[in-house]
Structure formats: structure tokens, C-alpha cells
Design a protein around this ligand. Structure first.
Ligand code: NAD
Length: 494
């Protein structure tokens, strides 16, 4: 157990008092940082807690700790590394309700979804731990007599994980678990919007026997701590989830040291509804996908293409569902479909996108307004028809509870419009015709396609974006391999 773990009771750790947290570096909670970031509840504006605004020196200390710990961590049998991961997931399960409360308070997620996030995170860590006995190399056939060729998979070294705010807790595991089971060590920098869940995660890690320096956490903003981490010469892989703009910047900075990058970026997922679809199923799934996490999900349906014969019927069904959506402050009420947007800038962005769409000729069927402005950043669930391919609302990620709809003549047109985008993460299609579904699977140019359902990717899948939605991917065997590099051994026999 780590030595200078601040002696805090469970109720103190999870109390609703705004507290100041400390970086977790080399198995110790560091001295308080000179500068702190106030973390706000997006539903109320109240300060939830304070985290360090780390300097380049503090980031350097974390990377050095990770580097020092890596060789002996790599030497541990993988099954022992997995044991450490399982000890962490057990801690998360023990405190599942309190952890969900934190996510509700700092991210504005509704409680049921926050609970799913915590439980999925624990399951994800266990899933990655299972790979300990399954990581395999290869024996290759040599061109030379008496030679044996081995391809080994090895850890990359020190991983930097830079996180967004929309699934802040799960993203810790998505970076940490595959990194650690394959023998890397890690430094995590959570989003400055939602860091507290990560600092509490570190406190739970500190209560396990994980060797010092294997998991490190630094608070801070993008241009400060984030930049210092990406540019650090001892970081071997930057795994980043966030916006295209930041991903581009990170790739540029990583190029200075030729540091590897794994980028999970934004999306503008098209949903296609054909005339033979089950319209009730499609309406329910697309509505849920649009309001989940208040529309702040990278692989939610962000634009809808509907075959003309069923356009009006589908819109009527969607209108009912959009108008039934319950929203409010999730820290006060459980019975909600969505909470606030993350901050004022997000609210302004969504409002501007809707205004621009109407100026360009689209029509609001329902919603379209900022609401509850004095308390939280709420925007009404908004359904828009008459959208066209040229409109910005069909081209740029909105990241809010807004669904623009375009009528199409047929599947040909729908696929062409869906593919006409700079993103390439997720897509979906609703049809009862197997041939249409198969054709969409062949021709949609996205990392994932959902047929007759919307997002929630599986941990054994491979969540990867094409074009500007990213480089590399996460989850499953292929996601695990992103944290390894190969080493070919030639053994010349006599
Ligand atoms: P963001 O790019 O603003 O910030 C993400 C992280 O990058 C934060 O921790 C931030 O501090 C850091 N950062 C910012 N500037 C930096 C810099 N110059 N150097 C280093 N780090 C820097 O993204 P966000 O607003 O937190 O997240 C929302 C975005 O994330 C959306 O575009 C969404 O689609 C995307 N996202 C993608 C996936 C996926 O799997 N593809 C999943 C979740 C979210």
C-alpha cells in the first residue's frame, strides 16, 4: 500500500464538500500545486472541487516516475499485472454508487448513465486483464536453413493518456487497462472540465498494491500540462481522445520526437432510415442516441437521412419522443433523460449551429431554445427538417441534443451523403432488407456501422475512426495491440 496516502475516510473522500486534490506521482500524492483549477457542476455552477494546474516540472516528475517503474513492471508475469488491474476494478465496484455521484456532479450526466459508466469501467478493466494469458506472438517461417524466427509483442514504454470530459471515468480505463496489462506504465491527464473522478480513481488505486509509478495522474489544462506531456521526450505513446482540432495539434507536437499517437477524435455519425425499416424502433433508437449524455457522444447519430416515403411518419414519431424528453439538474433529480451541456461555450456552440441552420433554410420541428439559462447550460432537444448537404449542421460536429434531418430518394443517395464527410467514426442504418444492410456494410466508409440499433460499442469490438475521426483505435484485441510493438528474433541454428 502506498505510504503517504492521505488518511481519509470513505465519507470524506466522497463528500460533496469542494476539496483540493493532489497529483499522484510515483505512488505518492504530491505536494499541493501552486495553481489550482476550480471544477464546476455544469448544472448549477457550484464549485465541486479543485485540482492542480500542473506545471511542466510536475508533468516531468510524473513521466520520470512512469519511466523508472516501467522495466520492473514489464518483467512481472502478465498474469500478475492482471491481478493488479483486478484489484483496482474491485475497488471501483465497492464504491460504484459514490463514484457515479461524482460523475453526476462534475459532468452533469444523469445518474443512471453515470452508473453505467462506472460499472462498464470496472468490467472493461477486467476484460483487459483477461488478455494477460492471451497475448501471443508468432513463429514465422524462415528462408534460411535451421533458422527459427519469432515475432514478440512488447510494451512500448511510457504512455501518456489525455482524456476528454464526456466519458471521463471510462476513458481512464480505456487508456490504462490495455497499457498496463501489456507492460507499459502510464501518466493520465484528465480533462480540466471533469478531473475529480480521476483524482478519486487515483486515491482508490493508491489503496491497492500497484507498484509505485505504474499509474500516475496529473491535473492541468491542455496548453500547459497537456502540451508538456505530449512534448516530453520520454513519452513513447500519446493516446488521446478529444476534438479533431486538439488531435491535430497533438500530432504536430508529437512529431517533434516522432512519438507515436493513437487518436480517438470527433464524429458526425449518419443514421439512415429506409422505407422498409421498423419506424418505431428507428425513432426510439435515434432519439435515445441523440439525447444520451445530452448529445455529447462521439458516436451518436448527428445527422439523419430518411427515404422520402417514410419521412413524415418518422418525423412525427421523433417529434413525440423529443417533446417527451425530460431534462434538468441530475444532481437533484434521478428521473431524467438528459442533463446540462458541459459549459457555456458548448451551449453557445449548439445555439449558434441551430440558428445558422435556420438561416440557411432548415426548419425547427420542435425545440431550438436555450432554457433554464440562469441555472445550468440547458438546450432543448431539437429536431430540424429540411437540412441539406451544404449546411454546416450536416457537416460539423454539434455535440448537443440536436438532430438535423434530410429526406433522400433512395439508398444510393443516402450512402453517398453519409460518406461525404471529413469524419469517419460511426454510422447506422435501419432496414428490414438484408441486402440493403449488407450493401451499407460494404459501402459505408466508417470505423463502425450499427444495423437496426445505435451506439454503445462493445469492449471486444474495435472503436476506430477513419479520416479525421482518428488514427488507430481502442478496445478488443486490436485495441490492445496499439499498446505493443513488435520485436523479431532470428535464431540461427547450427
Ligand atoms: P478537447 O480536444 O477540447 O480536450 C481533450 C483533452 O485534450 C483535454 O484533456 C484537454 O485538456 C487536452 N488538450 C487540449 N489542448 C491540448 C494541447 N494543446 N495539448 C495537449 N492536450 C490538450 O476535447 P473535449 O471537448 O474534452 O472532448 C470532446 C471531443 O472528444 C468531441 O469532439 C468528441 O467527439 C471527442 N470524443 C471522441 C471519442 C472517440 O472515441 N472517438 C470519445 C469521446 C469524445
Amino acid at each position: 500500500m502506498s505510504s503517504n496516502n492521505p488518511a481519509r475516510t470513505i465519507s470524506e473522500r466522497f463528500s460533496t464538500e469542494a476539496k483540493s486534490y493532489r497529483n499522484y506521482i510515483g505512488g505518492r500524492f504530491a505536494e499541493p500545486s501552486a495553481s489550482q483549477i476550480d471544477v464546476l457542476n455544469p448544472a448549477t455552477g457550484a464549485v465541486v472541487g479543485r485540482v492542480p494546474e500542473s506545471t511542466a516540472q510536475e508533468v516531468d516528475a510524473a513521466v520520470r516516475a512512469a519511466k523508472a517503474a516501467q522495466p520492473s513492471w514489464e518483467q512481472l508475469p502478465a498474469i500478475e499485472r492482471a491481478g493488479h488491474l483486478r484489484a483496482i476494478s474491485a475497488k471501483l465496484r465497492r464504491h460504484r454508487t459514490e463514484l457515479a455521484d461524482i460523475i453526476v456532479r462534475e459532468q452533469g450526466k444523469i445518474r443512471s448513465l453515470a452508473q453505467v459508466e462506472v460499472d462498464f469501467t470496472a468490467d472493461y478493466i477486467d476484460y483487459m486483464a483477461e488478455w494477460a494469458r492471451r497475448l501471443e506472438g508468432e513463429v514465422l517461417t524462415s528462408d534460411r536453413p535451421k533458422e527459427t524466427m519469432l515475432l514478440l509483442r512488447k510494451p512500448i514504454g511510457v504512455v501518456a493518456g489525455i482524456l476528454p470530459w464526456n466519458f471521463p471515468f471510462f476513458l481512464i480505463a480505456r487508456k490504462m487497462a490495455p497499457a498496463l496489462v501489456t507492460g507499459n506504465t502510464i501518466v493520465i491527464k484528465p480533462s480540466e472540465e471533469t478531473p475529480i473522478n480521476a483524482f478519486v480513481f487515483a486515491e482508490l488505486v493508491a489503496e491497492t498494491d500497484l507498484p509505485a509509478g505504474v499509474f500516475n495522474l496529473v491535473g492541468g489544462k491542455g496548453p500547459g500540462a497537456g502540451t508538456a506531456l505530449v512534448k516530453h521526450p520520454d513519452v513513447d505513446l500519446v493516446t488521446f481522445t478529444g476534438s479533431v482540432a486538439t488531435g491535430t495539434r497533438i500530432m504536430q507536437m508529437a512529431a517533434e520526437n516522432l512519438t507515436r499517437v493513437n487518436l480517438e477524435l470527433g464524429g458526425k455519425a449518419p443514421a439512415i432510415v429506409l422505407a422498409d425499416a421498423d419506424l418505431d424502433l428507428a425513432a426510439k433508437a435515434i432519439h435515445a442516441s441523440r439525447v444520451i449524455n445530452t448529445g455529447q457522444v462521439c458516436n451518436c447519430a448527428e445527422r439523419l437521412y430518411v427515404e422520402e416515403p417514410v419521412h413524415d411518419a418518422l418525423i412525427a414519431k421523433l417529434k413525440v419522443l423529443f417533446e417527451q424528453t425530460r431534462w434538468g439538474d441530475p444532481s437533484e433529480t434521478d428521473d431524467l433523460d438528459m442533463g446540462p451541456l458541459i459549459n457555456r461555450a458548448a451551449l453557445d456552440k449548439v445555439e449558434a449551429a441551430v440558428r445558422k441552420a435556420t438561416e440557411e433554410g432548415a426548419r425547427i420541428v420542435t425545440g431550438g431554445n436555450v432554457t433554464g439559462q440562469d441555472k445550468g447550460h440547458h438546450f432543448e432537444p431539437t429536431l430540424i427538417v429540411g437540412a441539406t448537404a451544404a449546411m454546416e449542421i450536416m457537416r460539423r460536429e454539434t455535440f448537443g441534443p440536436v438532430l438535423p434531418v434530410q429526406a433522400v430518394k433512395n439508398l444510393d443517395e443516402a450512402i453517398a451523403l453519409a460518406n461525404d464527410t471529413e469524419y469517419g467514426l460511426t454510422s447506422s442504418i435501419y432496414t428490414s432488407n438484408i441486402n440493403s444492410a449488407l450493401r451499407a456494410s460494404r459501402e459505408l466508409k466508417f470505423g463502425e456501422t450499427y444495423i437496426n440499433r445505435e451506439n454503445f460499442e462493445a469492449m471486444q469490438g474495435f472503436h476506430a475512426g477513419r479520416r479525421k475521426s482518428g488514427i488507430g483505435g481502442a478496445d478488443g484485441k486490436h485495441g490492445l495491440y496499439e499498446f505493443t510493438e513488435t520485436h523479431v528474433i532470428y535464431i540461427q541454428g547450427q
